[in-house]
Design a protein around this ligand. Structure first.
Ligand code: S3P
Length: 171
């Protein structure tokens, strides 16, 4: 089977859901942020601070390009900004079934409030930043995805069940 790719805003639950999904389906789990950190030997905030956002975005595109060749039968969780580039959206869709995990602004704010590891949300004005980025990105997520799954008010188990049903229909 081809890959299952989870996209969505920071705090949507991509990594958590992805790990459980991979375990349940006995598939590999790949997290693009984790791979970038490993390959660069630097944490994401340090990459942003020392090399800039553009450098990180190029790393994301370069990784997605490489994954076309070396990744199959995997659940792949990608960073929240990955679907913003048009080129990345095409690369994501050619990797497999793309699932958009969505959540309301309120849910996202609750989940990212006490997390200092996301440079896109650092430096105060959290609510405004989340609102603006969600507004800017919503259309990109929808265009990149084959399937939308709302996570609001749902447990990980419930989200997994929906993904299971939807991906069966997708195949
Ligand atoms: C980003 C999301 C992060 C990470 C980086 C940039 C974004 O991943 O890739 O901090 O632009 O939305 P998560 O969505 O896993 O937090």
């Amino acid at each position: 089977m081809k890959n299952i790719i989870l996209i969505g805003f920071m705090g949507a639950g991509k990594t958590t859901v992805g790990r459980f999904l991979a375990w349940e389906k006995k598939m590999k789990f790949v997290d693009t942020d984790e791979r970038i950190v490993l390959e660069q030997g630097m944490e994401i905030p340090d990459i942003f601070a020392q090399k800039g956002e553009g450098f990180f975005r190029d790393l994301e595109t370069e990784l997605l390009t490489r994954m076309q060749e070396d990744t199959c039968d995997a659940v792949i969780s990608v960073g929240g900004g990955m679907p913003v580039r048009k080129q990345n959206r095409a690369l994501l869709r050619s990797l497999g079934c793309v699932i958009y995990l969505s959540a309301s602004k309120q849910t996202i704010l609750e989940r990212v409030r006490n997390d200092g590891s996301r440079p896109m949300l650092a430096g105060g004005g959290l609510k405004e930043k989340v609102e603006r980025l969600m507004r800017e990105r919503e259309g990109f997520y929808r265009r990149a995805a084959h399937i939308d799954v709302t996570t609001d008010g749902r447990s990980v188990r419930q989200v997994l069940k929906i993904i299971e049903q939807e991906t069966r229909r997708f195949r």
